[in-house]
Design a binder for this molecule. Sequence first.
Ligand code: 5GP
Length: 178
Amino acid sequence: MELLKERIRKDGVIKEGNVLKVDSFLNHQMDIALINEMGKEFRRLFPDKSINKILTIEASGIGIACITAQYFNCPVVFAKKTQSINIDGEVYSTQIKSFTHDVIVKKAFLSPEDNILIIDDFLANGCALLGLIDIVKHAGAKIAGAGIVIEKGCQCGGELVRSQGIRVESLAIIDSMD
Ligand code: 5GP
């Protein structure tokens, strides 16, 4: 997505440890017009009419998923990083490396009839995405694919997930931080 690539070149900041900061337009301050274009692009990339739910993870994925969901006319479910007192009933839970708590989704919100599109802001080592995939598999639902805003091609996550036969579409792939 050329608009996004231009914006990363203009406003992205590389930090120590190969971290790309895009908090001026994506995951702190959010450029809604740009994210709206991302939503349209995800719809173009995943035209499958049977997609009936979007799954993401708090916090940064939520806004992107919500705007995208308007192009799919479907609800968004987000995995929660902490056990919340608001959650009653049974949950699917999975461990994600580097997260202090398991992430959870209430069982009532995912079912074997669902065809799920996973949306997230970054794909690096793939831990977050693999955790979401694990939850969908536990629910017995179908995975239509994963729509990622920025994939760090220099890290192994994309390859790991694609090698499982899961379609991953990234709007921008960063091959090196130089
Ligand atoms: P993973 O390694 O599991 O694929 O990435 C986990 C999470 O770390 C992503 O969802 C994202 O929130 C964050 N992350 C990974 N690499 C970067 C980066 O270069 N910049 C930013 N802003 N977040 C990142």
